[in-house]
Design a protein around this ligand. Structure first.
Ligand SMILES: Cc1cc2nc3c(=O)[nH]c(=O)nc-3n(C[C@H](O)[C@H](O)[C@H](O)COP(=O)(O)OP(=O)(O)OC[C@H]3O[C@@H](n4cnc5c(N)ncnc54)[C@H](O)[C@@H]3O)c2cc1C
Length: 322
């Protein structure tokens, strides 16, 4: 019996560029949309029986999918229920952050204003501990429900157990944990103030972020590891002292100062508006993006001696392929 007979919802050869904000990437062999826990458990049991690799997709806003696509099953988490009691919100992993931010605003709850312009889902955000303007999702997550695809068990993981850090979590380290939903605890606030703050952040993005297809910030900001490193960096590059905040140097600043703003490779370019964004002019490929990322890492390394790391996730890059 083939997998499609057991999972009739599963589709074949689905073009992933239609599911990513970068608008690049080839086809996945199989693709299934899942919107509830029981369906997820059943699907994982079948996938394991067929010994197929799988990849969990949120809104595809932090991904670079290779031009040759993905040789396995993409599971798109699209459950989007939100429930609410007092200051507690439970959101399915497929809920989009802007919808959640709006929901919180309508209920007069503060703590989600930063997320109004982040085009990801709750699942993707929890996995990467998404954040902006000094706030991040780990500040408000109290518990995460996940399916452990190795054991088949549903796990309820408290905030502490998520091991959150800057763009880090236990889920990033353990791709076998599939996030089903998260419980968030917000504070009661003044609705007018929440609206004002949300709009201020949205306006900031409108002014400073490009509108062309992208995956947001390609690189994590650089975190200085020791007093010795800080001293040595500031003595060699005094301009870094002014822009370093809490030992963090903006990757965009490093890229811009490396002279890469506006750099073009095939159909993609380092944004002139925000140097940590690579934008797809329309006919860009994953290979163009991969090449430009390699150039950026090398140039920042050569100029500042710093190794910057990608924030985006690579999907379907196999040996000897782009
Ligand atoms: C214009 C723009 C602005 C952005 N601004 C910001 C910002 O200010 N701050 C910020 O942090 N990010 C920002 N991003 C990046 C991105 O939106 C976030 O990282 C977002 O949280 C990713 O969520 P997603 O659903 O799109 O994840 P995807 O891109 O679909 O997936 C990312 C990773 O998460 C995993 N994943 C997704 N869902 C689940 C799940 N349910 N269970 C387990 N793993 C899962 C995937 O397997 C993958 O490894 C921006 C992106 C764009 C395009």
């Amino acid at each position: 019996m083939d997998i499609q007979t057991i999972l009739p919802k599963i589709k074949r050869n689905i073009l992933l560029r239609d599911y990513t904000t970068f608008k690049v990437g080839g086809s996945a062999d199989y693709f299934i949309d899942i919107d509830n826990q029981d369906e997820l458990q059943k699907t994982i049991t079948v996938i394991k029986k067929f010994k197929k690799p799988f990849f969990v997709l949120g809104n595809g806003s932090n991904l670079l999918v290779s031009d040759s696509g993905y040789r396995g099953i993409v599971i798109k988490m699209s459950g989007d229920n939100i429930s609410f009691k007092n200051r507690l919100i439970y959101a399915d992993s497929g809920v989009l952050l802007p919808s959640l931010s709006l929901f919180a605003l309508e209920k007069g709850l503060t703590g989600m204003e930063w997320a109004g312009g982040v085009p990801g889902t709750v699942g993707g955000a929890v996995r990467g501990n998404a954040g902006a303007f000094g706030d991040c999702i780990s500040d408000i997550v109290t518990r995460v429900r996940a399916l452990n695809s190795n054991t088949g068990d549903i796990e309820e993981i408290e905030n502490k157990g998520c091991h959150f850090g800057y763009r880090k979590s236990i889920f990033k380290k353990n791709p076998n944990l599939i996030i089903i939903g998260a419980e968030l605890t917000l504070e009661m606030g003044d609705r007018a103030e929440i609206k004002k703050k949300t709009e201020k952040y949205l306006d900031y993005r409108k002014e400073r972020h490009p509108v062309e297809p992208s995956a947001g910030s390609i690189f994590k900001n650089y975190v200085i590891k020791s007093d010795k490193e800080r001293e040595s960096l500031f003595s060699k590059f005094p301009e870094l002292e002014k822009v370093t905040c809490d030992n963090v140097i903006s990757a965009g600043f490093l890229i811009e100062k490396s002279g890469l703003k506006g750099l073009v490779c095939g159909g993609v370019m380092v944004s002139k508006l925000h140097s940590n964004f690579i934008i797809n002019g329309g006919d860009g490929t994953a290979l163009d993006i991969k090449k430009i990322i390699t150039t950026i890492k090398k140039r920042v390394g050569d100029i500042f001696g710093l190794s910057i790391e990608e924030e985006i996730q690579y999907v379907g890059f196999y040996k000897d392929q782009n």
